[in-house]
Each structure stands twice: as structure tokens, then as C-alpha cells.
Design a protein around this ligand. Structure first.
Ligand SMILES: Cc1cc2nc3c(=O)[nH]c(=O)nc-3n(C[C@H](O)[C@H](O)[C@H](O)COP(=O)(O)OP(=O)(O)OC[C@H]3O[C@@H](n4cnc5c(N)ncnc54)[C@H](O)[C@@H]3O)c2cc1C
Length: 245
């Protein structure tokens, strides 16, 4: 049910696209965390040396060793409204929808010296589009507005007293945010699409000789993380440019 309401919210909002971090569920844990390992390694010096030498050791760990993604099971999707399910059909049938980011950290160390285990939850098939309105063609000028347009957690989080769908939704609405995968501000598309800025070769409509090759010319933020997809996009679009020469 909570998924249904959340996804419906995400459908209501354009020009910049990001996956959505809806926070997570946190428990006290007694396993080793990066902070507890570092605390046991006398001033981090040995770990620092290992990292500087060949990027190994605990400092080379990004906290989550395993990141599963899934398409929500049909039994969950059956609770979505017809409109939500219809909009989700814009993605290919095997498109992943949700990502889980398990992690164990020491924070907040003051209150939980044993460490905190989190199961972060990201919606990677978000349909909402956000807005960034620029004030000039100079990138040093601050934008007029950055509007994430997304419904934006102790159990430690969201708290033992948070049990109903309504309460969970309120937590999600205050905690939700993007995951630094802002994409598609120069969205790829067909010439007659109102939001499209570049064609399938990355060439800007109406501007001779301008090709946009970065995360902004993706059509939408990919499920999972953007860096590899941006590299793939660049390989393809650079080849297109070379072929034109
Ligand atoms: C905090 C954070 C965490 C992230 N974590 C991950 C992750 O774990 N995994 C993942 O896959 N993705 C992650 N991403 C997303 C990923 O980093 C970006 O989607 C990706 O780097 C975008 O590539 P890009 O080439 O479009 O832009 P960028 O990588 O930002 O490259 C733009 C380059 O242009 C340069 N530049 C800017 N202005 C000028 C100028 N006027 N003249 C010359 N050069 C200029 C900049 O210095 C920069 O080097 C993260 C992003 C952030 C912000």
C-alpha cells in the first residue's frame, strides 16, 4: 500500500530526472562497522596507508558491499492504481523498480556505540520530473529555482511508534530526496516532443554543431547508478560525432 501511494506521488510531478531515496529502516547492530574497525586501527594510519598505496582496506569500502535491485512482485503491483501501473508501463517489462542499499555504520556514534544497520530504499523507476530554472547562460550565475518536485528516518528509524501506512507516508514525505543522479536536463527525444532538447545522436535541436554528451542528454535516469550509463552514452555519442566527420 505504501508503495502504491508513494509511486502515485512520484507520478505527479518534469525536465530533470533522478532516482528517489525514500530513506530506510534502521536497527542497532552488533556487527563490525567501518567506524568500529577504524576505531580499532589506531588513528586510521594503517588503513590510510593501504588506501593510498592501492585503494584497498576499509577506506576503500563504500559501506554497501551488495546492492540488490528488483522489479516489485506482481502481488505488490496489484495494489497500485490502474493509472500508476499504466504509467509504469513506459519502462521495458524487465525494468528494475526498487534498489535496496544495506549498510552498517557507526552513526550516530554518541547514542549507538554498537553501530547502526540500515536498509536504504531507492525507487529507481521514478516517473516524476523535477525542474531547474536557469537565470542566464553563464554557469556561474545561480539558478532562479531548483525544484526537486519529489515527495521528500529510529526500530531506530522510522521509529517503533510509526506503524500505519499513513504514518509511514508522512515519514517518507519529509525524508525523501534524490540520490545525486540528476539526469536528462537536456533530454533526448523526438523533434516534436515538447521536453526533448537533443536527438538520438545528442545533437541539440535548433543549434547547429552542438552535441551534448554527458548525463544531461540521457532520456531518463537509469535504474541503478548513472556513472556507467554516462560512460556508455558518451562512447555511443562520440562514435556518432566521429562518423559525421
Ligand atoms: C555525491 C554524488 C555521489 C554519486 N555517487 C555515484 C555512485 O556511487 N555511482 C554512480 O554510478 N554514480 C554516482 N553519482 C553520479 C555520477 O557521478 C554522475 O551521474 C556522473 O559523474 C555524470 O557524469 P557527467 O560526465 O555528466 O558529469 P561530471 O562527472 O560532473 O563531469 C563534468 C566535468 O566537467 C567539468 N567542468 C564543468 N564546468 C566546466 C567548464 N566550464 N570548463 C571545463 N570543464 C568544466 C567538471 O569539472 C567535471 O569534471 C554520484 C554523484 C554525486 C554528486
Amino acid at each position: 500500500m505504501i508503495w502504491q501511494t508513494t509511486v502515485t506521488y512520484l507520478l505527479t510531478t518534469h525536465t530533470w530526472h533522478d532516482s528517489v531515496n525514500i530513506g530506510g529502516v534502521s536497527h542497532n547492530v552488533s556487527i563490525s562497522t567501518i567506524e568500529s574497525i577504524l576505531a580499532a586501527t589506531a588513528g586510521h594510519e594503517a588503513e590510510r596507508e593501504k588506501y593510498l598505496a592501492n585503494a584497498t582496506g576499509v577506506l576503500g569500502n563504500i559501506v554497501s558491499d551488495v546492492i540488490p535491485l528488483e522489479k516489485l512482485p506482481a502481488s505488490y503491483r496489484a495494489n497500485f492504481t490502474a493509472s500508476t501501473n499504466e504509467k509504469l508501463e513506459m519502462w521495458p517489462a524487465d525494468w528494475l523498480q526498487v534498489e535496496f542499499v544495506p549498510s552498517a555504520s557507526g552513526s550516530p556514534a554518541e547514542t549507538n556505540p554498537s553501530g547502526v544497520g540500515d536498509m536504504g530504499i531507492l525507487i529507481v523507476a521514478a516517473i516524476s520530473r523535477s525542474n531547474v530554472t536557469i537565470s542566464s547562460n553563464n554557469m556561474s550565475d545561480a539558478p532562479v529555482a531548483i525544484d526537486p518536485s519529489i515527495i521528500s528516518s529510529p526500530k531506530i528509524s522510522p521509529g517503533a511508534n510509526i506503524t500505519s501506512d499513513v504514518e509511514l507516508l508522512e515519514v517518507i514525505k519529509t525524508k525523501i530526496g534524490g540520490i545525486h543522479h540528476a539526469s536528462a536536463t537536456c533530454m533526448m527525444g523526438a523533434a516534436n516532443e515538447s521536453m526533448a532538447v537533443v536527438d538520438s545522436h545528442g545533437r541539440a535541436f535548433g543549434v547547429e554543431g552542438l552535441t551534448v554528451i554527458d548525463v544531461s542528454s540521457l532520456r531518463f535516469t537509469p535504474p541503478g547508478h548513472t556513472q556507467a550509463a554516462t560512460h556508455c552514452q558518451a562512447e555511443k555519442l562520440v562514435a556518432d560525432v566521429m562518423n559525421e566527420w
